[in-house]
Design a protein around this ligand. Structure first.
Ligand code: NAD
Ligand code: DAU
Length: 337
């Protein structure tokens, strides 16, 4: 079995590469990644030592390159993680989100059709459902909800989902789509809430909480997401969408306080800042379908996952220091001063 993992130098992609190399020791994994600010070859250092792993630098939007790679490698399965993934950056500049998330996905779908890929899996997000009200804890995202994206990022992901499903209906391409809630764990770029707060708290910097910190996210440890994708590409029904999430809703302010308490840092570091434009209020996944059909359940409790994650950042300051010295230093200065 040969699998193309796009975006494998990013957070979830690299965790998926390790998960698959470990679980399926006879599979070949090829990673295609253009190494944007969010892609980091250091995250794949250990995979590079495995003869079953190969890295190719290139963009999923480069049609010629994508076709060449598909012709040479003859993939059985494609798992598309490659994306611009940060909501705040999409608010600053939407266009690269359309190029990568929509046009890039179209290039991969086209090549998958041309070269007879047996399964195309689109890694999507719960953000394509828009948001839920804070005062209706009885409501959850189910797969049959209409797509109502709030940010340029989620609009681009919703477009990619629709394209993927259209390639199934129109051309019979065997596709699946997963829509997961917020992930956390090792190798997450420190612009996202959890690693941002860990890294800043370690340095006694202020922790910028948007609005009043009352927005709710449904957190899932990254390995549980990887396990779900592995199950879907092997046993999921073609043409279907699967929601992935473990009923682990937390208010942002409570997540930040947990980090401070685990690091032994004072709550005075918290600074309430201007809210994100169009800020989604609450995400909450109903995972009944994936759990009933495929037997998926999350294995990592939030407290354990947070302990592992915080310890990983404490043990890997060289990884974050390198990131902070690059393009991210400029972005961080612009956004947080
Ligand atoms: P990330 O930003 O950490 O990584 C994205 C990776 O894609 C990087 O390695 C980057 O270099 C690569 N990339 C970007 N543009 C590319 C292009 N044109 N060609 C090839 N590679 C390109 O993102 P992540 O958090 O790991 O998210 C991965 C996927 O999972 C995304 O599709 C995202 O929408 C989805 N998702 C993320 C979460 C989450 O909580 N992080 C939750 C649900 C779904
Ligand atoms: O739900 C899945 C999505 O989760 C993925 O599709 C996205 O790729 C991923 O980035 C994530 O989106 P969010 O916008 O939910 O994640 P982020 O870490 O940016 O923010 C989480 C919450 O924390 C959100 O309510 C905004 C808030 N926040 C974020 C940052 C960066 C703050 O309060 N302060 C901050 O500095």
């Amino acid at each position: 079995m040969k699998i193309l993992v796009t975006g494998g130098a990013g957070f979830i992609g690299c965790n998926f590469v390790y998960y698959m190399l470990d679980k399926h020791t006879d599979y070949k994994i090829v990673c295609l990644d253009s190494l944007t600010y969010a892609g980091n070859l250091r995250s794949l250092e250990k995979a590079m030592e495995n003869p079953n792993f190969k890295f190719i630098k290139g963009s999923i939007s480069d049609k010629e390159l994508v076709n060449k790679v598909f012709e040479e490698e003859q993939f059985d399965i494609v798992v598309n993680f490659a994306a611009e993934s940060h909501v705040d950056r999409s608010i600053e500049n939407p266009f690269i989100f359309l190029e990568t998330n929509v046009m890039g996905t179209a290039c991969l779908l086209d090549a998958s059709k041309k070269y007879g890929v047996k399964r195309f899996h689109q890694v999507s997000t719960d953000e394509v459902y828009g948001d839920l009200p804070l005062d209706r804890p009885d409501l959850f995202f189910t797969e049959d909800l209409p797509l109502t994206a709030s940010s340029p990022y989620s609009a681009s992901k919703a477009s990619a989902d629709l394209l993927t499903l259209a390639f199934h209906r129109t051309y019979g391409l065997p596709v699946t789509v997963s829509r997961c809630s917020n992930n956390y764990g090792p190798y997450q770029f420190p612009e996202k809430l959890i690693p941002l707060m860990i890294v800043r708290a370690q340095e006694n910097q202020s922790l910028p909480v948007y609005g009043q910190g009352l927005n709710v996210r449904d957190w899932l440890y990254v390995d549980d997401h990887c396990k779900a994708i592995d199950m879907i590409i092997h046993n999921g029904k073609v043409g279907e969408v699967y929601n992935v999430g473990g009923h682990n809703e937390k208010r942002n302010i409570d997540v930040v306080k947990t980090i401070l308490s685990q690091l032994g840092k004072p709550e005075e570091l918290i600074t309430y800042v201007k809210d994100r434009a169009g800020h989604d209020l609450r995400y909450a996944i109903d995972p009944t379908k994936i759990s009933d059909e495929l037997g998926w359940h999350p294995e990592t409790a939030f407290d354990d996952g947070m302990k592992k994650t915080i310890q990983w950042y404490l043990d890997n300051t060289a990884w974050t220091d390198e990131i902070k010295s690059g393009e991210y230093a400029e972005y961080s200065k612009r956004i947080y001063g």
